[in-house]
Design a protein around this ligand. Sequence first.
Ligand code: B3K
Ligand code: ZN
Length: 897
Amino acid sequence: MQEAKSIVRLEDYQETPYTIDHVSLTFRLEANATLVTACLSIAPRPETLAGTALHLDGEELDLVSTHLDGEPLANSAFETTDRGFCLSSPPAGAFTLQLVTRISPDTNTQLMGLYRSNGTYCTQCEAEGFRRITYFYDRPDVLCRYDVRIEAPVSVPKLLANGNLIEEGPMDTPAGVDSDEAWHYAVWQDPYPKPSYLFAMVAGDLAHVEDRFVTRSGREVTLAIYVEHGKQDRVSYAMDALKRSMRWDEEVFGLEYDLDIFMIVAVSDFNMGAMENKGLNIFNDKYVLAKPDTATDTDYALIEAVIAHEYFHNWTGNRITCRDWFQLCLKEGLTVYRDQEFSSDMRSRPVKRISDVGQLRARQFPEDSGPLAHPVRPTAYSEINNFYTSTVYEKGAELCRMLEVILGQSGFKAGLDLYFQRHDGQAVTIEDFIASFEVATGADLSQFALWYEQAGTPDLVATYAYDPIRKQLSLAIEQSCMSTPGQPNKKVLHIPIRFGLIARDGSAAAFTKVRDAKTGEIIGDGQCDLLELRERQQKFLFEGVTKEAVPSLLRGFSAPVHLRTNLTREDHLCLMQYDDDPYNRWEATQYVLMDHLIRRTYMIRRGDQDAHKDALDKRLLSAIGQTIADESLEHAFRAQIATVPSDADVAREIGKDVDPDAIHAARQGMVKELADSLFDQAIALYGSLENRGAFAVDAASAGRRALRNALLNLIIASDKSVGSKLASKQYHDATNMTDRFAALAALTRNGSELAEEMLEDFHARYRNDALVIDKWLSLQASTAHDGTIERVKQLMEHPSFSISNPNRVRSLIGSFAMNNAIQFNRADGQGFALVADIILTLDAKNPQTAARLANNFRSWRALEAPRQASAEEHLRRIGETPNLSEDVADIVNRCLQ
Ligand code: B3K
Ligand code: ZN
């Protein structure tokens, strides 16, 4: 049994007693016995007491030799455990410690540390993977310069590490190496001190595509993307996205690249999306490789976002890093905010916001309302990899966005500029980040800072009334927040609420002043568009409102909260048609649809035979029809309006005693009704949107395809036979993966007779293209059908599937657990049993990916009783399994608490 990891607490943070300011690493690469020689330049801090022990982290290392200042260390001078290395009495001054360790990349199935992916040696060190390469202070506040020498047989031709290439050439085959091949080496040097989690090396037989970028100060940067041979024709979009990211960061944030070379390597076995290692980003190939006949528009958008995200980390993460892992949102939340802004500038801002809020609600809100809820800055963890969560990333980004709303663009920019100026080259905290904004703007952000400490999604209740005699509109807002693990009582937050007033005739309603009702203080003039809530209850008075108006609140989703209002159906319909904030126009549409969906779900659960009689309102249908037809709006926006909230959206809104079957039936009924009413319009518009020109990946063309495919979904939902014919034609005629896959999905999800044949055809066309096969796996796993469990089991035996590859696992099993609420949450427990079995099988190989899968149990307490009981049984079964990894144990224990 492994020694259990202890709980790490924010309050226990202490600096290391020693510093390591330089490390030279030599890798002698062999698949089962790579030798790593690390020479560490160590010095005690001035305040360290002489003789204080030196504890370095290390896991699964075979220590071959140890030297101190060139002399072999006696065995009694040090100790190793399965957690690290301890030198009991180091010298009083600076010294050099040389450690040689042996590791086995080939048998490293965890994909942390040094491993092999399709023959290529690569590393993943964040968060604690470097300790699987050598003994080190494997924590983010130890910044160190690295020189790296890689030695390998010439059959491994490309040798890469962080920084600049200093030297390369042939070398003698090392003594004792069982090979008659010639050897070569390369030396890389990174001039920027960095924490160990940003270390990277790659070695393999890879092809590459090169380009160049000249920074605004004239530095010439070589850009290189490395891929498996034969995939070079799939990197042009990623390269273009990289150049656009580099330019954008200069223009918008004034941040420039700082090395002579920037490399990206795409590998096929990767636990996450990508990794921002200094100068040498390593990517899951899914976020690099794209060409029109293999990648959908969504894939292109994701590639653009992930390339940008990792590049932006060069400043927000690498140049300025985290003091400890509790500060993870300092780099992740800010970098997500930056990549969202980049995509908004490259594409449609409102559509990007709609999609980001959709993701936040789909992933972060359930996390924040369940047993895995934690603050954006957690205060304790037992396994840090389980805290790379939607809360840290997406809610963390929302906190940056709120700062921008509160301080205004110029205040926000001034704060960030000061942050970069003050902290370049440091490992810092959220307090340092907030202080930069306070100092730059003079604002008091102490109440705002509570957002980093308090978990849970706040609830806002807004009540408005219009007084036509006094020409006054009053708006009372009350905030509260549910209790979350360890936080029963919440403090009052500082919440920015962007707003507008819309007159019933559709014009923007004017007002002259806004007052705080309690103090009488004037808080804004007729231009005011922001209310700042700082108390539990606050009332605002809008004066000089001459026309009856509806408030449009929380524009652009200006705070990550649940908002309930006393707006009537009529009010929402008014916003749906006239709101000049496109985001809120979409929100109003969703609200009305959701309201119907929830009502129908309850009717179905009560066994009410007349559920279908709760017909969608004519005005609602015509408002949706008009918006979809409105040529003045972007296609992508119209596509969003044509999309009904998902089963998961409804489950989340209902929140307790959830019956996924009833939700699904209610949604099917509503989609059918909407589709029937829009059928003629959908057919006509679908036909008119056919793309006859050359294929283009740009956002506008993608928007047209999105609308056309949303219409196809409506058509097939209304008339399966007409829809199937159109989908089948679209499938065969498609010039790109977006249209082909959308057609296949429409046929499969709607149970068309043509589905099986098309699925077979799709597999035959793309069987050698793993990333496309992932779509095929995912579609079948997420189809709500009674036979899906059997099908998933069969697919696990299919030659296209492999449990060792995280992308395959996420596509098949992850999609099943995440996107197939009906089958995963079956009352008979078969869905839970399937996923639990796979978690256990996977845990022995790759605990991180297994723990990710286990996250899908997080909303089990929101289910109706029999389903809860089944989920609990399987969670307990996982929890009681001997030798469970800390990763999975942590998730399961917290789920059960
Ligand atoms: N920083 C990495 C994520 C590392 C996850 C470690 N479990 C990618 C990113 O957020 O950019
Ligand atoms: Zn990141």
